[in-house]
Design a protein around this ligand. Structure first.
Ligand code: ADP
Length: 267
């Protein structure tokens, strides 16, 4: 059996290849010791680890494990999933929306990390907690999808009210920029606040990715990362905003496991 592990800032993603079939599991990073003892049960497995917490996890194992650089693993995992899904993209921007966001230019077999932003899934968790007190991921996602952003976010069309704007009126002029006219922010619901947090993150991630695509002369952007797990609102914001800004967004099934798959492919 081959096991690939991507130990990130928030989640540990595991890909196992057994008798030709691929299985996936994820654990919160707080369960690192548990994951180490679970892995120790597979004493004959070939193990490769990647991610920011790879060295820490490796030090908790009592068997041999290889370690590879996260960006290389992620890109190899993306290529594997593209081939498996018969998607023929070979030049694209790869945006990994994890705890933070990392942006890569992939051109056939070459990949280069071209930047990133600290705005990512961790921002959704942190700002949501600050604004609503909610810390559970599923609860945040479930409430955000029910919220409207009109009373919190300022659109270009709000500013140009009655006049023709020089850029699409649906673009956000200022995330959270519409709050000032409100009599009291107590009026805002948790749903509205969480929808606006999701909007801020999705639009930032889409915008930096589209700029990166322009800089690299490509039009397709592949979005991966656990921030999209069960989060259709984030997907929708990213998808619409990427299209609105002239690029082609793509999401791949199990994209959050690219790092773990890339680690698994090491052997
Ligand atoms: P990393 O590799 O940095 O751990 P991930 O790609 O795993 O990053 O993405 C982490 C993000 O995924 C979190 O910040 C959160 O937005 C989202 N997420 C998805 N599922 C969960 C979960 N069960 N618990 C916490 N965060 C989750």
């Amino acid at each position: 059996m081959n096991i690939g592990i991507d130990a990130g800032g928030t989640l540990i993603k595991v890909a196992c290849l057994k008798h030709g079939s691929l299985e996936f599991k994820k654990f919160p990073i707080s369960q690192l010791e548990y994951v180490a003892s679970w892995i120790c049960g597979f004493d004959t497995a070939k193990i490769c680890i990647t991610g920011g917490k790879a060295a820490l996890l490796k030090s908790s194992l009592n068997q041999e494990a290889a370690e590879i650089v996260e960006f290389e693993a992620t890109c190899n995992g993306v290529r594997y999933l593209l081939a498996k899904n018969a998607i023929s993209e070979d030049k694209f921007i790869l945006t990994n929306v994890g705890t933070g966001t990392s942006i890569h230019h992939v051109d056939n077999s070459r990949q280069q990390r071209i930047g990133g932003t600290g705005v990512g899934g961790g921002t959704i968790m942190g700002l949501s907690q600050l604004l609503t007190g909610i810390t559970d991921y599923e609860a945040i996602v479930a409430l955000a999808v029910k919220g409207l952003r009109d009373r919190i976010d300022l659109k270009v069309s709000h500013i140009y009210a009655g006049a023709e704007p020089p850029i699409p009126g649906d673009l956000t002029a200022s995330n959270f920029g519409n709050i000032l006219p409100l009599v009291s922010t107590d009026q805002l619901t948790k749903e509205e606040l969480l929808a606006s947090v999701t909007g801020l993150v999705g639009e930032t991630v889409a915008t930096v990715s589209v700029l990166a695509a322009g800089q690299c002369g490509v039009s397709s952007i592949i979005f991966i990362g656990s921030s999209f797990i069960g989060n259709d609102l984030l997907k929708e914001v990213v998808q619409n905003y990427t299209k609105l800004r002239g690029a082609l967004p793509l999401f791949i099934e199990n994209g959050e496991y690219c790092g773990a798959i890339g680690a698994l492919l090491y052997y």
